[in-house]
Design a protein around this ligand. Structure first.
Ligand SMILES: Cc1cc2nc3c(=O)[nH]c(=O)nc-3n(C[C@H](O)[C@H](O)[C@H](O)COP(=O)(O)OP(=O)(O)OC[C@H]3O[C@@H](n4cnc5c(N)ncnc54)[C@H](O)[C@@H]3O)c2cc1C
Length: 478
């Protein structure tokens, strides 16, 4: 089958473009090298919906950040993913920093960020009593929010698939041929337009078809994630004054009532370097202490790291670099916030070329995952009446039932790994990090796929848990 559009990469950028284009009658495919959506940077970030005061006026980053923020509430309602407008504070702990706060305020106004205010010490401590008392002033942005990055990426993908977009996983796009009216990828997928949304690899993918190189350097950000018991440490997203490498270390609540502390910002030449390190985590501890002195690190349940795709233009690179080839590259922060607007912008570029019709039966809404924690007793009982699996708790830390895990395996973009389950319904996301629920989750994934436990993966083909059965080995010995 020939496609009108092939999108490389099923991160939040690629899926936002796919969902926007799904509103048309175009034939669309998303090619992803991993086994699921949300496997790149979109799964490892701060989950902040930035207000938009940080980027330089006139840049794509500024424009798409503010537009993405504006679009987020409606999108989260339509697609049923978690988003909370909790507001953010950029805190200043020294009178000498006040000028920088004022500059951010002016920049925000130039970017048309609504309702910015500068708060003084008393107001800050009233709203955020755990903040270091030496705080002087802060930029308050009430339009900033927090989103579930996985929830958003998965929701965009599912809604695109519900509207006819085809997803192909475990296929790295690596061979590109020019054809008479488009491109052939890997010798088998034909398309009139290709959209390169390959995250940190967008430079490599672009360079395969163009002499004008796009340089992407990964910049690693490491984090601590704290358990629910740390809830209440902060209610706004608490930033420090930004430095040369970005927005600095933040302390933020998550939509799932955890607390996030990080990230670092270290360049690396390794495009797969998502490990956390002792020096990185120590640095976070020492920097975050400027914001809140007594962070309860005994509540840390995990640490993780993501890679920013830093380009050489200081801005997002969204352009038709070669006829029929659109790059969505260097999508570093605020890429998550901007994704809905990136989708809109790129879909418009495609529309201008291909002049598609609107899809008459486009379904804009998606049914979200059930979260039994948010149901009333009556609602939960009603659900159990319909399906007993919703009465069996699988993950005790996050209160996830068998019914939810099965649902995650049976969606239009189904989970095929235990990490896929974790990102969809949170089994394994809690305090014990899957220590309790993993074997049961594996059994359910096996039942929902081909029945074989040996094939169940954590994330990708090289991550199977079971290499053989003990008794079989013993039989061999006897
Ligand atoms: C530490 C950190 C903190 C951040 N915090 C925020 C924040 O709070 N708010 C915010 O707005 N933004 C934030 N960001 C930025 C945001 O996470 C990214 O801008 C966004 O996730 C980028 O999405 P993407 O789809 O472009 O890339 P990705 O999510 O990386 O997706 C690219 C996809 O392409 C696939 N791929 C790559 N090469 C190929 C190939 N050849 N063939 C097929 N598939 C391929 C990958 O497997 C991947 O799935 C942060 C980033 C980091 C690293």
């Amino acid at each position: 089958m020939k496609y009108d559009v092939i999108i490389i990469g099923a991160g939040v950028s690629g899926c936002a473009v796919a969902r926007e284009l799904a509103k048309t009658d175009l034939r669309i495919m998303v090619l992803e090298k991993e086994e699921d959506v949300c496997e790149g940077t979109s799964k490892a970030n701060s989950g902040i919906v930035h207000a938009g005061y940080d980027a330089m006026p006139g840049t794509l980053k500024a424009k798409l950040n503010v537009r993405g923020n504006e679009m987020m509430a409606r999108l989260s309602e339509e697609l049923a993913f978690d988003f909370i407008r909790n507001g953010s504070l950029v805190l200043c702990f020294d009178e000498r920093g006040r000028k920088q706060i004022e500059e951010l305020y002016e920049r925000g106004k130039a970017n048309k960020v609504p309702d910015l205010e500068i708060w003084e010490r008393e107001r800050i401590l009233e709203e955020e009593p755990n903040v270091n008392e030496e705080v002087v002033c802060a930029l308050h942005a009430p339009t900033a929010g927090i989103v579930c990055p996985f929830g958003m990426n998965i929701a965009l993908a599912e809604n695109a698939a519900d509207n006819g977009v085809r997803f192909v996983f475990n296929e790295r796009a690596e061979h590109f041929e020019r054809t008479q009216n488009g491109w052939k990828i890997n010798g088998k997928y034909d398309s009139e337009i290709v959209i390169n949304a390959a995250g940190v690899y967008a430079g490599h993918v672009h360079d395969a078809v163009s002499k004008e190189k796009i340089e992407i350097r990964p910049r690693k950000g490491e984090y601590f994630l704290l358990d629910h018991e740390a809830k209440g440490l902060a209610s706004h997203t608490l930033f420090q004054l930004p430095g040369p490498y970005g927005k600095g270390v933040l302390i933020a609540p998550t939509v799932h009532e955890n607390i996030l502390v990080g990230p670092t910002a270290d360049f690396t030449d390794n495009f797969e370097e998502t490990n956390t390190t002792m020096p990185g985590l120590e640095r976070i501890r020492s920097l975050a202490a400027n914001t809140i002195r007594n962070i309860p690190y005994h509540s840390v349940i995990t640490s993780f790291a993501g890679l920013r795709a830093v380009g050489n233009t200081k801005d997002f690179i969204i352009q038709e670099s070669v006829p029929g080839w659109i790059d969505v590259a260097a999508i570093e922060s605020p890429g998550l916030t901007s994704a809905p607007a990136i989708g809109e912008m790129v879909a418009e570029m495609v529309r201008k070329r291909l002049h598609p019709e609107k899809k008459a039966d486009f379904v804009s809404k998606r049914k979200g995952f059930v979260n039994v924690k948010k149901l009333s007793k009556e609602e939960w009982n009603e659900l159990i009446e319909k399906d007993k699996a919703y009465g069996k708790i699988v993950c005790r830390c996050e209160m996830v039932t068998e019914g939810q895990v099965r649902d995650a395996c049976n969606r239009s973009v189904p989970a095929s790994s235990t990490d896929g389950i974790k990102r969809r319904v949170r089994a394994g996301m809690g305090r014990c990090q899957g220590g309790f629920c993993l074997p049961r989750v594996m059994e359910i994934v096996a039942e929902c796929t081909d029945g074989s436990m040996e094939k169940v993966q954590k994330a990708g083909a090289e991550s199977v848990y079971i290499t053989g059965k003990n008794k079989e080995d013993l039989d061999g010995v006897r």
